[in-house]
Write a protein that binds this ligand. Structure first.
Ligand SMILES: Nc1ncnc2c1ncn2[C@@H]1O[C@H](COP(=O)(O)OP(=O)(O)OP(=O)(O)O)[C@@H](O)[C@H]1O
Ligand SMILES: [Mg+2]
Length: 365
């Protein structure tokens, strides 16, 4: 799959209508700080999940001086071309049009155009907070199962409301909310378990290739429900969830917070069976992150049959030349969008086969 063209109107610092045609190989965007490089990648990513990869509110994506933004993408898939158009207005309405037909909901968009993003914050995937690792899992599962994304949104809302109930000590409402929580949370855990099982063999494989070391890198799902086997069905997860929740009742009233469930789970990373964050060298941790990103590309390909588009925001400069070369060599079948501040960050050999454009003040030259 690749993105052939994008039309950008009033998005972030892109004030004037912008129309860009891309190479189906590597696309490099160069520009000084604050010129619009990440904004461009944010626009491309928005076509896949209709939200900002930086966690920004939709409202903040509209150009300061305008009342709406519009993104139009032309995607080339193995068997056909597809046009996606998303418009968002200041009155908080969002419209989707797919091949000229109005979409009814977000579900019509998700999964049509798939993307993986690698940004400097992902270098924290090993050592950083669990929220980063949950997001790593959630974004890739969302792109292949639109329902998952909906469940995740519902679940977050349920946790917020349930915490309010705990705060107000409205014990009579808890059974109902416990039920919502366990039902929705179970679906999330079940999908994550299946994904982690697949990912684990993929990261092992890419770590071998990247590091040339014999060390075994694995990931495992670490749940607040206790140890869970990969083959568990929804009914068994649901039962364990209820039990665990009941056992935490007192503590939950004390802390006014929902203590168990997918919003507190984590992805465990192990190198030769030991926690990578505690025992891995800095180099091993970086290689593990690259392996995780490569696995993400392969994970989506396994389900959709096509590689997603790969966005690399300012990370090439963070990698040494050997790892940079490794990433680039691996990506021959993938369309990439890479940003950087100057040509000097890239090897001459790499620059030869790349379409280069410059970004200045929200304009592309
Ligand atoms: N809604 C908006 N309307 C207009 N301009 C905006 C909006 N949101 C952000 N900007 C501007 O976009 C610019 C930042 O763009 P971006 O994050 O793409 O920079 P960058 O080229 O990636 O820089 P860096 O190299 O520092 O990462 C800032 O000048 C910011 O003020
Ligand atoms: Mg940037």
């Amino acid at each position: 799959m690749y993105l052939k063209e994008i039309g950008i109107t009033n998005f972030r610092n892109y004030k004037e209508d912008l129309s860009l045609v891309f190479s189906h190989g590597n696309n490099l965007f160069l520009g000084y700080n604050a010129q619009g490089k990440s904004n461009l990648l944010e626009a491309i990513y928005y076509l896949s999940l209709a939200h900002s990869f930086r966690g920004a509110r939709d409202m903040d994506l509209i150009n300061f001086e305008k009342d709406f933004f519009r993104l139009e993408g032309r995607i080339i898939k193995r068997d056909r071309e597809q046009d996606i158009c998303i418009t968002y207005f200041r009155d908080r309405t969002k419209h989707f049009i797919i091949d000229g037909v109005k979409g009814k909901s977000l579900n019509d968009i998700i999964g049509q155009f798939t993307c993986v993003i690698f940004a400097p914050e992902h270098l924290q995937l090993v050592k950083g907070p669990p929220a980063l690792r949950r997001k790593y899992l959630d974004t890739q599962i969302s792109q292949i199962i639109p329902r998952y994304y909906q469940n995740l949104r519902d679940y977050k809302r349920i946790v917020r409301q349930r915490n309010e109930i705990l705060k107000n000590r409205q014990e009579e409402h808890l059974p109902l909310w416990d039920n919502y929580l366990c039902k929705t949370g179970t679906k999330i855990i079940e999908a994550r378990l299946r994904a982690v099982k697949k990912l684990s063999s993929m990261v092992k494989d890419s770590f071998f290739k990247i590091s040339g070391e014999n060390a075994v890198f694995e990931v495992d799902y670490c749940s607040t429900l206790g140890p869970l086997e990969y083959f568990l069905d929804e009914k068994s997860i649901f039962e364990r969830y209820r039990e665990k929740l009941t056992s935490k009742r007192e503590m939950e009233f004390r802390t006014c917070a929902t203590m168990v469930g997918p919003h507190r789970d984590d992805l465990l990373m192990l190198l030769d069976g030991k926690p990578l964050k505690d025992f891995g060298s800095q180099g091993q941790q970086r290689m593990a992150v690259i392996s995780l990103k490569m696995a993400e590309l392969n994970f989506i390909k396994t389900f959709t049959g096509e590689y997603p588009v790969f966005l690399l925001d300012d990370v090439m400069s963070e990698l040494d030349s050997r790892r940079r070369k490794y990433v680039v060599d691996l990506l021959t079948q993938v369309q990439t969008f890479i940003t950087g501040t100057d040509r000097g960050q890239f090897d001459e050999e790499f620059l030869e086969g790349v379409a280069i454009q410059n970004i200045r003040c929200g304009k592309i030259y």
